[in-house]
Design a protein around this ligand. Structure first.
Ligand code: AMP
Length: 217
């Protein structure tokens, strides 16, 4: 299974991609995570990426593609397959992905488009908290840690991602409307798009996704 999870920020792509991959033994590739790792490592591409990420803008295509190609070439991606979470985010990236997969004599089997109402996207993003040490994710209302502001798993102080602050959320939603939304038509035309409503509970959406994607290979 080689799939893309597509949708606006806050639709639950990351949560769903992680669950889906754990359950099916697939490789979860999040370009957001790859970029955040590069930022944390303080590499030159990481420093460059941070300028864009903090504003909620897209990081230049070439920089993201480079990280993605390296990740796709790792051995765990050639096993049962992978889910791309957060890539592509515009038509140029979709074309680059087609070319990269062609080089690997591979292709996409399915694109899951997960959507949710705008007010819900904002509520989900603004309440999100993350553990900078172990990466665990929480939400102040729907998935609060046992002790406010403290990670259940490792006891570290939870943080809010810089790009989950209100002004940046607005910009990320704008960027999605302007650049990413057109991918729905791009993949619809190819006949590999599956639409999943992302407004429900995590397990409810996971079941819908599984139903839509099984048999897509
Ligand atoms: P995410 O974790 O997917 O919400 O991504 C966080 C941020 O990383 C985005 O707001 C962008 O600044 C950057 N980013 C992630 N994936 C991409 C991509 N495919 N192209 C450009 N920028 C990206």
């Amino acid at each position: 299974m080689r799939a893309v999870f597509l949708g606006p920020p806050g639709a639950g792509k990351g949560t769903q991609a992680k669950l889906f991959c754990e359950r099916l033994g697939l490789c979860h590739i999040s370009t957001g995570d790859l970029l955040r790792q590069a930022v944390a490592d303080g590499t030159q591409p990481g420093l460059k990426a941070k300028e864009f990420m903090d504003k909620g803008e897209l990081v230049p295509d070439a920089l993201v593609l480079n990280l993605l190609e390296k990740r796709l070439a790792m051995p765990d991606c050639s096993g049962k397959g992978y889910v791309l979470d957060g890539y592509p985010r515009n038509i140029e990236q979709a074309k680059s992905l087609d070319a990269a997969l062609e080089k690997l004599k591979s292709r996409l089997d399915a694109v899951a488009f997960i959507d949710a109402p705008r007010a819900m996207l904002i509520e989900r993003l603004s309440g999100r908290r993350a553990c900078p040490s172990c990466g665990a994710g929480f939400h102040v209302r729907t998935m609060p840690p046992k002790k406010t502001g403290v990670c259940d798993s490792c006891g570290s102080k939870l943080v809010q991602r810089a790009d989950d602050r209100p002004a940046t959320i607005e910009n990320r939603l704008k960027v999605y409307e302007k650049s990413t939304k057109s991918l729905i038509d791009y993949y619809e035309t190819r006949g590999i798009l599956r639409t999943i409503p992302g407004g429900g509970e995590v397990e409810e959406i996971a079941a819908l996704l599984y139903k839509q994607l099984k048999g897509a290979q």
